[in-house]
Design a protein around this ligand. Structure first.
Ligand code: ADP
Ligand code: MG
Length: 265
């Protein structure tokens, strides 16, 4: 039996902002059903990489293969429909909508042309006119909230949630689009230790129980090193190392990249 095809292949990705090169000829492969971390000091290009993979930014050079298919020309919503979901470094929730509605917006995203038509639908669609599909979608949204341990907050407005719960709602919303791969941009940022421990367990269960591949950008090295199957390290837009967590952690180039920063590898 041959090894599973990589879910994502980055082949020479270069991204420039004017004369500044934020990503330079980045190559790496993400295997299916693993937790693959992308680390590097601030400004290394991690968020830019996520923006290129999700299609928010086009790249100047290189190509992206998703399950072996070239997606360079696919728009962000097409990539989302194909199974690439993401969360944002700065949490983006609809503050005046409930937790359940925030998740449902993503489900509707698959059926509506724009996020705003989906929001209007979520707000104005009268309960008595709900069809079987609506009920099924709500059941599924609730299942996700239960999986993440935030079902109790289903009717709470996003604005009223604790910080750690806000992150989980964003993850629930990404999950509602039925992704094969999730790009999580600093999900533990701002979390307290018990919220981080809970996140660690959730990400492990997403991989092991739901078979989802996770591409993880994270600064919390305890979390990264304990959780990840594989680590890629960026510095100034270039890949400087990759491998198992222990190998990367003791790599002289990686140690040098973090020297003089206020971060610890
Ligand atoms: P990281 O997430 O690793 O901290 P980013 O990908 O956010 O780094 O940023 C990498 C570099 O690209 C930084 O120097 C940042 O200032 C620059 N950059 C990111 N986004 C933009 C943008 N939209 N326009 C111009 N420069 C940008
Ligand atoms: Mg970033």
């Amino acid at each position: 039996m041959s090894a599973a095809a990589p879910i994502l292949q980055l082949d020479g990705i270069t991204k420039k902002f004017g004369g500044f090169t934020a990503l330079s000829d980045v190559h790496f492969t993400v295997e299916e059903k693993v937790i693959h971390a992308v680390i590097g000091p601030n400004g290394a290009g991690k968020t830019t990489l996520f923006n290129v993979i999700s299609g928010m930014f086009g790249a100047e050079a290189g190509s992206l293969l998703f399950k072996g298919e070239n997606i360079d020309r696919a728009k962000p919503h097409k990539r989302a429909n194909m199974g690439i979901a993401r969360t944002f470094q700065n949490i983006r929730l609809f503050e005046d909508l409930s937790v359940l509605e925030n998740v449902q917006v993503s489900q509707h995203g698959r059926h509506f042309p724009s996020i705003w038509s989906a929001v209007r639908h979520a707000i104005f669609h009268a309960p008595f006119s709900r069809g079987a599909q609506e009920i099924e979608m709500e059941d599924y949204a609730m299942e996700l909230l239960e999986f993440l341990g935030i079902a109790h907050a289903r009717d709470t407005n996003a604005a009223d949630l604790a910080f750690g719960e806000r992150r989980l709602v964003e993850i629930a919303r990404a999950l509602a689009a039925n992704p094969a791969i999730m790009l999580l941009d600093e999900p533990a940022a701002g979390m307290n230790p018990s919220e981080t421990e809970n996140l660690d367990e959730i990400l492990t269960r997403l991989r092991d129980e739901k078979g989802i591949t996770i591409l993880l950008v994270e600064h919390d090295m305890n979390l990264v090193m304990g959780l990840s199957d594989y680590v890629t390290v960026l510095n100034f837009g270039e890949k400087i190392a990759e491998g198992a967590p222990e190998a990367v952690q003791s790599d002289p180039d990686v140690i040098a990249a973090y020297l003089g920063t206020d971060e610890e590898i």
